[in-house]
Design a protein around this ligand. Structure first.
Ligand SMILES: Nc1ncnc2c1ncn2[C@@H]1O[C@H](COP(=O)(O)OS(=O)(=O)O)[C@@H](OP(=O)(O)O)[C@H]1O
Ligand SMILES: Nc1ncnc2c1ncn2[C@@H]1O[C@H](COP(=O)(O)OP(=O)(O)O)[C@@H](O)[C@H]1O
Length: 273
């Protein structure tokens, strides 16, 4: 399909500004509209056949990103806006990223998430906490703790966290996320460096002794099946950006743990645009 490229650009500009298109003569408008529809439908077909093809144009990219990543949606086109992540970061004077806190139940994930959001807030930084327990009350209330549901839980939280970081927000996800491949998948959808994994490396016996919700007790009594650390695995991270450990028998205060993360963000330039 051959179409006059400059005419197409004029058409797109006219449509996007919503003012100029009416000024085209009627016959020209009909021709352009019909040619454009044929052009788009031809490109969609082409995209369905060549799943990794990207079709470039000057007004934004028409690409089959979802198809190439194995998504189920067909014929979808990425829509670019003129306000982008870099503009939002400039406004907020910070860089969007995801702090992914992983560890056993009772390891202190939520405590660190709260201390960290407080510490960053007091420095004038915009944050948002995605806590596993809380997300399971809403978005993920349809999911169980079976492996495939945990994977879906993490996938959704990873996608939501990605949106927050694209908004320029420092997003703090606090989830057990027991399986390495699910965490790595969340890392892989973010730009390099923007996924910062924090491993709460607390021994099981410490978490179990804390047991603030009485869940370990129930799991040991066989009243909860598939409890992480008891009868479901926790795959410890191999290369976390930050590891929080006890020093001997002593656990640092939440504020000290949070400061460790703040220092990392500062050093990597996330606390300025
Ligand atoms: N079977 C089982 N295993 C582990 N945890 C359980 C289970 N059943 C309920 N809970 C409670 O659910 C909280 C963990 O939710 P997450 O969404 O973070 O879990 S996961 O990442 O999908 O594994 C977890 O919260 P935290 O203690 O804050 O980690 C528990 O309170
Ligand atoms: N640094 C810490 N020092 C002492 N107690 C802590 C610390 N962090 C968390 N706790 C306590 O441990 C328990 C579990 O913490 P929590 O943040 O709820 O863990 P998780 O979110 O990983 O389940 C809570 O009772 C909390 O007060």
């Amino acid at each position: 399909m051959i179409i006059n490229y400059s005419l197409r650009i004029d058409f797109v500009r006219a449509k996007s500004t919503k003012v100029g298109f009416a000024n085209f003569p009627l016959s020209c408008r009909q021709n352009v509209t019909s040619a454009w529809s044929k052009f788009v439908s031809a490109k969609w077909k082409e995209a369905s056949l060549k799943t990794s093809t990207e079709i470039n144009s000057n007004e934004g990219s028409v690409c089959n990103e979802n198809l190439s990543k194995g998504g189920k949606s067909m014929n979808i086109v990425w829509h670019k806006c003129s306000v982008e992540k870099i503009d939002r970061q400039e406004l907020l004077q910070q860089r969007g990223c995801v702090i992914w806190i992983t560890g056993l139940s009772g390891s202190g994930k939520s405590t660190l998430a709260c201390a960290l959001t407080r510490a960053l807030h007091s420095r004038g930084k915009l944050t948002y906490v995605l806590d596993g327990d809380n997300i399971r009350h809403g978005l993920n209330s349809d999911l169980t703790f079976k492996p495939q549901d945990r994977a879906e839980n993490i996938r959704r939280i990873g996608e939501v966290a990605k949106l927050f970081s694209d908004a320029g927000v420092i997003c703090i996800a606090s989830v057990i996320s027991p399986y390495r491949k699910d965490r790595d998948a969340c890392r892989s959808i973010l730009p390099d460096g923007d996924f910062i994994e924090v491993f709460m490396d607390m021994p099981l016996h410490v978490c179990e002794a804390r047991d603030p919700k009485g869940l370990y007790k129930l799991a040991r009594a066989g009243k909860i099946e598939g409890f992480t650390g008891v009868d479901d695995p926790y795959e410890a991270p191999l290369n976390s950006e930050i590891v929080i450990q006890m020093e001997g028998e002593v656990c640092s205060s939440p504020e000290v743990m949070a400061e460790k993360v703040v220092c990392y963000l500062d050093a990597k330039g996330y606390l300025q645009a």
